[in-house]
Design a protein around this ligand. Structure first.
Ligand code: PEP
Ligand code: CO
Length: 452
């Protein structure tokens, strides 16, 4: 069934309780912003969304692997050619490492071109005597701790949309221009990247692998193998948390010659851990769209509740529709993941499993800096692979918060970021991200694990 459910409408979510709801003061300005968004052209097409559904269906069956990554929170200020290029490069390089190890295609999905809205554990933040609304991402308000900055501004929905459009426009041009073409190693070769902190071991491992890949590509072409085309031009898809339903629904529409409604702000929106209530506004909105849908699943989820949620979001059990992104934390994954995998497997529901080893592993240092340990991230991932293998389910992807820059936000890795280094270059307005070296290193370690 491809039509939207008969008891669903673009506005039916408004009858439900909305967690993380933004309280705007100026309703007229909200209506004006939503009306503007409704008139603007889409960022992605229904054809691309359908294509991603088929790739996700392949990944469910173990024929592809999904690499999803990017900033915790994109910012409008970071919509620069340098930042976008760096993010694209690290995802491309990580994916090459994974392709090489797994010998299967990797689907690249960025947390970008719209990852501007953030759920918060508290709706307010207090510093000294002053209490203000929390920072909910650049789609909603601004990070500076002033009354003016923290007041939710409806026009930021339009500004966010415009910046998402500029980002995706640049990404499309880069890809069309050969940025991700394996025949142009100058674009993805490390020698052309100035990363002072990259360890010699990692550089060598990557260099050896990329040289081998390029040789293999030439060899296959010499044999006249058609499928090389698949390798030479790569696709990137966009994703973001669909938190602000005013924004998401304003760009949700029907398109000619297709059934159903598409959210055209992104290929792959997901529902966060804090907004996945089965009778809540987010699940109501998401059940009516055609896009593949992600759901974050944390350690408090009960297997029967997850099966019930699957039934609401994918009642026809369509392949390629639903992605469950588990984020248990290194200390909980051993006890919490298996019952959920078993419950879903026993129900016969088809989902793609992805592991997010970031969001269960947040810690705060004595100096009150939010960070994560590289070893915790790696350990959760390795345990997740083992648990899936034990249950007989397929871990078909990984989800990281990362950046192409040399930030110091997560502890550890071969570069040995220490607590005192966190102050050197901590740039995230939200959760700590893996830096360039940590991200590439993790790709090698995951590849090794999967090679085992
Ligand atoms: C996120 O992905 O940035 C996030 C907030 O995740 P979660 O909903 O899993 O906490
Ligand atoms: Co985050």
């Amino acid at each position: 069934m491809n039509d939207a459910p008969t008891d669903w409408s673009l506005d039916s979510w408004k009858q439900r309780i909305e967690q993380q709801q933004i309280v705007y003061e100026d309703r007229d300005a909200v209506d004006a912003a939503v009306a503007k968004l409704r008139t603007l052209p889409p960022l992605v097409t229904s054809g691309e969304i359908e294509r991603l559904r088929t790739l996700i269906a392949d990944a469910q069956d173990g024929r592809r692997f999904v690499l999803q990554g990017g900033d915790c929170a994109e910012t409008l200020a970071d919509c620069t050619s340098q930042s976008i290029t760096a993010r694209l490069k690290i995802l491309l390089q990580m994916s090459l490492v994974l392709v090489h190890a797994m010998k299967k295609p990797v689907v690249r999905v960025g947390r970008f071109a719209g990852q501007y809205a953030k759920p918060r554990s508290s709706s307010t933040e207090t510093r000294g005597d002053l209490t203000l609304p929390s920072y909910f991402g650049d789609l909603v308000n601004s990070a500076d701790f002033t009354e003016e900055s923290r007041r939710p501004d409806p026009h930021l929905m339009v500004r966010g949309y415009q910046h998402a459009a500029m980002t995706i426009n640049f990404i499309r041009s880069l890809i069309d221009g050969g940025f991700a073409d394996l025949h142009h190693p100058e674009y993805w070769d490390l020698r052309f990247m100035e990363h002072a902190h990259l360890s010699p071991e990692l550089r060598d491992a990557y260099q050896t692998m990329s040289t081998r890949l390029a040789e293999a590509l030439r060899f296959m072409e010499a044999l006249g193998e058609q499928s090389v085309d698949d390798l030479s031009t790569v696709e990137f898809f966009t994703s973001h948390e669909g938190l602000n339903l005013l924004y998401e629904s304003a760009q949700t529409r029907q398109v000619p010659r297709r059934d159903g409604y598409y959210n055209l702000t992104t290929h792959f929106p997901w529902i966060g851990e804090r907004t996945r209530q089965i009778d809540g506004a987010h699940v109501e909105y998401f059940r009516g769209i055609r896009n593949p849908v992600g759901v974050k699943v944390g350690p408090t989820a009960a297997p029967k509740d997850i099966v019930a949620l699957i039934d609401v979001l994918n009642p026809e059990n369509d392949p390629g529709r639903l992605v469950l992104i588990h984020r248990m934390g290194v200390r909980q994954v051993a006890s919490q993941l298996q019952p959920i995998l078993e419950g879903v497997a026993a129900s016969g529901r088809r989902v793609l499993w992805i592991c997010d080893p970031m969001h269960g592993n947040g810690i705060t240092t004595d100096q009150k800096v939010k960070t994560r340990n590289f070893d915790d991230i790696l350990s959760e991932l390795e345990q997740a692979f083992d648990i899936h293998a034990r249950v007989g389910t397929c871990l078909g992807g990984v989800h990281f918060e990362l950046t192409g820059e040399d930030v110091t936000e997560c502890l550890g890795g071969a570069a040995g970021v220490r607590e005192e280094d966190l102050f050197t270059n901590y740039a995230s307005p939200c959760d700590p991200r893996l830096n360039y070296q940590q991200a590439l290193e993790l790709a090698f370690l995951v590849a090794r694990k999967m090679g085992d």
